[in-house]
Every structure is written in structure tokens, then in C-alpha cells.
Design a protein around this ligand. Structure first.
Ligand SMILES: Cc1cc2nc3c(=O)[nH]c(=O)nc-3n(C[C@H](O)[C@H](O)[C@H](O)COP(=O)(O)OP(=O)(O)OC[C@H]3O[C@@H](n4cnc5c(N)ncnc54)[C@H](O)[C@@H]3O)c2cc1C
Length: 649
């Protein structure tokens, strides 16, 4: 370990670590990648991959058991006590719920990713703590990286235990390593004989950590010497909770997910055999990133499940509750919320299922679609919960227990809101997801033209870059203005054809806009988060529109014609949001906002915080820590490549 292992990584170190873990090549196609390049390729997603009926039949017995289980679970009690009774965990084990995707030959149910996300959607619609237990185990815990990167020996050792219900956890986050894993301090030092590693460090917020039998732990292994310089290495280990030196230090409690089994886990000289390394030394972050490409497909489905549950609550209440002589659903303000809720829930399911179906079809690079699905669905779901609370009025804010005590239906919107909020933070916060998507969105241009616009480029580098990029831009740029070939009318989309034509036009517009932003800012674009994030949001909306049109087309062909109205409404709304983002792409107020933020951070407006209670006046709050001075002024932070993988958990 180097002497600097306790120092925080510099911006450059964080970027280098992340960049080395980033998947740089695009072996397979991606609709979303094309979209950011201004190329609308519906052929990559449409016709919507058909349902796998054989898989659905295989999954049915399990889904039936899970549905019966979830319908009878007392989620109010779980929330109140902050505990999931062992009997419930055992029932889940007995039905195979911890081994949904583990291949049958190792004792798992051997079901597909689609079946898995549908199971998680079902559980999310009722109980956040239970879904955290199941999903931390299977989306990011040991089974997923084991399936992707495990050796045959590792699979034989661990899969059967996991399939029987050994709970697992994923331990990456530390006090100083949240979104930025470069600050990781947990170390794994090889023993003299090289057969083992001694693991030392402390992991924070580890979901399932307090109950897990097996962990995937990310730790720093000795630096690799590259060009005479030490480069930080992060490696993934499978760690058994029974190994001496593994200790649960605290069980952590949160605003929601009251029964989540989350803790601070300490490792003191834990002797981990070399054969427990997953994939290879130094490949830990890349492993986390690749694991998360599929792991991230779960939250979008959960968000859709939450959306459906909220829609049902809102629909019933808006019909039932009469104020000012009308059911509240008939007042236009509430009606608008209901319409958007239904349209967005439809779009969320379309996004989650399309991304998963593309993953299952194979030969498809899912990384951007998964990130968009995580970002877009979790944010759309949050707005739906907020609207549901508003529609329920005072009852939305009241706890279900209190409602029941005075004889009203125990509708848990307050709990749903508490449980849901974390979805915008873990497995890659919304900001980190936008950075990740932006990094890929501009990658092609940066590779092609970065050396031309970079101030420190030599004339030779500039000329080489121009020679490389000119042929591409000569054909690419003009065709981002006018379509080549015949304009498609998309007649088979009926009422949605207009949106398909819009998608084609607007995708070209997005491609141009990103290119123009690069020409305008050059390398400084990396620091223009606000501009990049608007471009990302346009791309995410275009993806959600495409998914909705394709899904509605498929459903209408099967007789579910009502889907067209939902997709149409969703697209109309998305178009308004997109127009708004384009109009404000360069954010006329961005610079002013940044300046003001810096001045706030320097304390120049601390006077505004007068007239409030003392900072440490709450019982048990420790003394306030003097904030370290913020380096103010200068430029905003760069688009850290680390964000491509940070917050991967
Ligand atoms: C209930 C719960 C369960 C969790 N489960 C797990 C788990 O099982 N395993 C695990 O390893 N971790 C887990 N985590 C940790 C979780 O993934 C992190 O909280 C998350 O990665 C964010 O890290 P942070 O909280 O330290 O935020 P920070 O990284 O400190 O970020 C704070 C804020 O700054 C923003 N931000 C940070 N960097 C940038 C940037 N470059 N540009 C713009 N904005 C930025 C972030 O988006 C965020 O809004 C869990 C956390 C919670 C609360």
C-alpha cells in the first residue's frame, strides 16, 4: 500500500481510476448510443422483443407463490418494528426467492432477468424493505458477479448456498468513498506466500450486511507500477461472514426502508483466500460497473411497480372523495395529475421491460439503456408518489396506522414516500447517472475531435485529428440536418406515427446540439454539467418515447388498443419537456447560478441563516464540525469519468 492510502484522491486520480475501469469499446449495438449521435434507429428496438411464453410458463409457479406471499405480508408491522421476521425470510428461501436467476444445475430457479425484474416489481409494489433484502442479494450481491465472472470452482462453491437462501451483500461504499470509489481505504494485502489477502477496513451502508452470509467486498490491492508510477488497484473478493475478523459494527436506520438490514461492516485482518478473488486483481471496479449494467434493470421495474400501486390509490381516491360538489378527480388540477400518472406509469413499464428485453435478446450493449432506465424511471416514480400524496391530501401525509386507528383505510402513501426516496440516490445517484450517460454521449466526438479543440494540442496532433475526423464529419454533420434516403411515415403506428416522425427529427436535432456544444465549449464542455445534463434529459425522454410507442404498438396488435392513448399522452408531454430543454440548453442563468453558489459556499450569505435554532440543538447531535474551506472560484468540476462507475452500488 502506498503512503497516500489515507489521503483523498485528487480529481485526476479519481478520473484515471474510473477511466481505467470504464468499458471503452462498443462491441454491440445500442439504440441509446445511436440516439446521442443523432441517429434514430428504431430497427434496434422495434418490433418490441416478443414475450417469451415458455419462460413465463416456467416462472408461473414461483410468481404465483410470491404473489400469495406478498399479498399476506404485514408491511405496516415490518415498518413499525423495523424488522423482517425470520419466518418470512424462511418462506422466501423455501420458494427459491434468493436464487431466482441462479442456474438450475446449481439449485436455483434458473429464471430469466425478465422474470426476476417482474418479481421485484411485484414485491416493490407492497414492501420496500423486502425488496431491498431480495434485490441487494441478487442484483448487486454475490450471485450476479459470480454468474458473470466466477470460475467454475467458485460457482460450485457458492451458488448452491446462495440458491438455498444464503443472504448476500455488496460492500463498496465507505465514509469517504461514496460516489467516488477512488477514495476507498479498505485494503487487501497479500500474505507473504501470496495465497491469501488480509482484508482491513470499514464499509458503510452495506445493505443486507447485518444478515449476510456472503459479501462481495471491494478493496484496494497493491498499486500497479505503470511507467514508474503507482496506479491504484481495486479488487473484488467474496468474503464469508464467518471468517474471523468480520464484524457488524452498527445497524443503520433510515428515513424509510425501516427494516432494511443495513450496517457498518468492519474487516480486521480477515484472511481471504486468493481463490475468492472475482475476475482478477485490479478488476474490481470494472466488475462492479458491468454487474450494475444488469443490476440497474431492477430499480426501474420496481419504480414501475410503485407507480402502478400509486395509480390505483389515486384512481380510487379521486373517484371517491367529493369536495366542492365534485369527485376531486373531476377538478382539472387533479385530473391532470391522474392523466400524467397513468401515462408515466405506462412509460416506466415500457422503459423497464424494453431495456430488459434488449438485454435478453443478446448482442446488445445495455449500459446506456440501463442507466437511462434507472435515472428516468426512479425520477418519474418520485413525481408520481408526490402527486399521489397531494391527491390524498392530509390523508396522504398521515401514517397508515393512524388512519386505521380512526377507522379509515390504512393506505400507506406516507410510507411509500419514505421508502421510495432512496432510489434516486443508491445504485448511482441521479447526478452520477447523468454524468455516466453524458460521458458516453460525448465520447465519440471527444475521440474524434478532442485533439482539434484542446488548447494544449500541438499542431501535429491537431492535423492528425483533423485528418481522422474530417471524413466522418463531412458525411455525419449534413445528414444531421436532413434525412438521407426516403422519409419514413411510420404509417403502421397509426396515431403514434406523428411521434415516430418527431423522434426521427428530434434525434437528429439532439446529435447536432451535442456537437454544437462541443464546438462551443471545446474541452470545457466536460465542466458544463448543466448543459450536458439537459442533453442527457432530452436523450432519456426520447428513449422513453420510443419505448412507449413500441410497446403501445405491440399491445395494440394484441388487442390492447387503450395503450395507444397512454403512449400518445406520454409523448405529447415529453415533447413539451424536450422543447423546454432545447430552449434552455445553454442555460441563460447557469453562470450566474454557479457564481451565487460559490458565494454561498464562501459563507457570504450566512447572514440569511440567522433567526433559526442552533445547529447542534437537537438531542444527541454531535458538535458541528467546522467545514473545511471550499476552494471557491475557478471552474466547475470536470465531468469525472469516475462517475461512470462511482455510485455503482
Ligand atoms: C439505504 C442505503 C442503502 C445502500 N446500500 C448500499 C450497498 O448495499 N452497498 C454499497 O456499497 N453502498 C450502498 N449505499 C451507498 C449508496 O450507494 C451511496 O449513498 C451513493 O453511492 C452516494 O454516495 P454518498 O451518499 O456518499 O454521496 P456523495 O458521493 O457524497 O454525493 C453527495 C451528493 O453529491 C452529488 N455528487 C457527487 N459527485 C458529484 C459530481 N461529480 N457531480 C455532480 N454531483 C455529484 C451526489 O449525486 C449526491 O447528490 C447505500 C446507501 C443507503 C442510504
Amino acid at each position: 500500500m502506498t503512503e497516500d492510502s489515507r489521503a483523498l484522491a485528487t480529481e485526476k486520480e479519481a478520473r484515471d481510476i474510473a477511466e481505467s475501469a470504464r468499458e471503452t469499446e462498443w462491441e454491440h449495438q445500442s439504440f441509446a448510443r445511436e440516439l446521442f449521435l443523432g441517429r434514430f434507429r428504431p430497427d434496434l428496438i422495434h418490433p418490441h422483443p416478443p414475450a417469451d411464453e415458455a419462460e413465463e410458463a416456467r416462472a408461473k409457479p414461483f410468481m404465483t407463490k410470491l404473489k400469495a406471499f406478498i399479498d399476506k405480508v404485514d408491511s405496516a408491522e415490518i415498518d413499525r418494528t423495523g424488522e423482517i421476521p425470520e419466518s418470512l425470510v424462511q418462506e422466501l428461501r423455501d420458494m427459491g426467492a434468493f436464487g431466482i436467476k441462479i442456474p438450475k444445475e446449481y439449485g436455483g430457479l434458473g429464471l430469466s432477468q425478465m422474470s426476476y425484474i417482474r418479481a421485484m416489481e411485484l414485491v416493490t409494489s407492497k414492501d420496500g424493505s423486502l425488496v431491498a433484502l431480495l434485490s441487494a442479494s441478487q442484483s448487486i450481491g454475490v450471485p450476479q458477479p459470480l454468474k458473470l465472472f466466477g470460475t467454475e470452482d467458485q460457482k460450485k462453491r457458492f451458488f448452491p448456498r446462495l440458491a438455498k437462501g444464503a443472504i448476500s451483500a455488496f460492500a463498496l461504499t465507505e465514509v469517504d468513498a461514496g460516489s467516488d470509489p477512488a477514495n476507498m481505504r479498505t485494503t487487501a494485502t497479500p500474505t507473504d506466500d501470496g495465497e491469501h489477502f488480509l482484508l482491513n477496513g470499514e464499509k458503510l451502508w452495506c445493505t443486507n450486511g447485518t444478515r449476510a452470509e456472503l459479501f462481495v467486498v471491494m478493496a484496494r490491492t497493491p498499486d500497479k507500477q505503470i511507467d514508474g508510477k503507482g496506479v491504484r488497484q481495486i479488487t473484488a473478493f467474496i468474503v464469508d461472514a464467518s471468517m474471523p475478523g468480520v464484524e457488524v459494527v452498527h445497524r443503520l436506520r433510515f428515513m424509510g426502508l425501516k427494516a432494511i438490514e443495513n450496517g457498518v461492516i468492519r474487516f480486521t485482518n480477515v484472511k481471504v483466500p486468493r481463490e475468492n478473488i472475482l475476475w482478477g486483481e485490479g478488476k474490481g471496479l470494472k466488475l462492479a460497473l458491468v454487474t450494475l449494467n444488469t443490476g440497474r434493470l431492477t430499480l426501474p421495474a420496481g419504480a414501475a411497480g410503485a407507480g402502478k400501486a400509486m395509480l390505483r390509490i389515486s384512481r380510487k381516491w379521486a373517484n371517491e372523495r367529493v369536495q366542492w360538489g365534485q369527485p376531486i378527480g373531476k377538478h382539472e388540477a387533479v385530473a391532470q395529475m391522474i392523466a400524467r400518472m397513468a401515462a408515466n406509469t405506462f412509460a416506466m413499464e415500457a422503459v423497464a421491460e424494453l431495456a430488459t428485453a434488449l438485454y435478453e435478446r443478446g448482442n446488445y450493449d445495455i449500459r446506456l439503456e440501463a442507466a437511462i432506465a434507472k435515472l428516468w424511471n426512479t425520477e418519474a416514480g418520485w413525481r408520481i408518489i408526490d402527486d399521489t400524496l397531494q391527491i390524498r391530501g392530509g390523508r396522504g401525509y398521515e401514517t397508515a396506522e393512524s388512519l386505521a386507528r380512526r377507522g379509515e383505510a390504512a393506505i400507506p402513501v406516507e410510507r411509500a414516500m419514505r421508502d421510495y426516496r432512496i432510489n434516486l440516490i443508491f445504485e448511482g445517484s441521479s447526478e452520477i447517472m447523468r454524468l455516466f450517460i453524458a460521458r458516453e454521449a460525448v465520447d465519440h466526438h471527444f475521440r474524434m475531435a478532442f485533439d482539434i479543440v484542446k488548447p494544449e494540442s500541438t499542431m501535429k496532433e491537431r492535423l492528425t485529428a483533423m485528418a481522422k475526423s474530417t471524413p466522418f464529419y463531412l458525411s455525419w454533420y449534413p445528414t444531421r440536418w436532413v434525412s438521407t434516403g426516403q422519409l419514413r411515415t411510420y404509417g403502421d403506428f397509426g396515431k403514434l406515427a406523428t411521434h415516430m416522425r418527431y423522434l426521427e427529427r428530434t434525434t437528429r436535432h439532439l446529435g447536432r446540439a451535442i456537437f454544437h456544444a462541443m464546438v462551443r465549449y471545446g474541452p470545457k464542455l466536460e465542466r458544463k454539467q448543466a448543459v450536458l445534463f439537459r442533453a442527457v434529459d432530452i436523450g432519456a425522454e426520447l428513449f422513453a418515447m420510443s419505448a412507449s410507442c413500441s410497446r403501445a404498438h405491440m399491445l395494440a396488435a394484441k388487442g390492447r388498443k387503450e395503450a395507444i392513448a397512454l403512449a400518445d399522452t406520454f409523448c405529447r408531454e415529453a415533447r413539451i419537456r424536450i422543447a423546454d430543454h432545447f430552449r434552455n440548453l445553454y442555460g441563460p442563468n447557469d453562470e450566474n447560478l454557479y457564481r451565487l453558489a460559490m458565494s454561498v459556499l464562501r459563507g457570504e450569505h450566512a447572514w440569511l441563516e440567522q433567526g433559526i435554532a442552533a445547529e447542534n440543538s437537537e438531542m444527541g447531535l454531535r458538535e458541528p464540525v467546522e467545514a473545511s474551506p471550499v476552494p471557491v472560484g475557478g471552474e466547475p468540476s470536470k465531468m469525472p469519468d469516475s462517475e461512470a462507475l462511482a455510485g455503482v452500488h
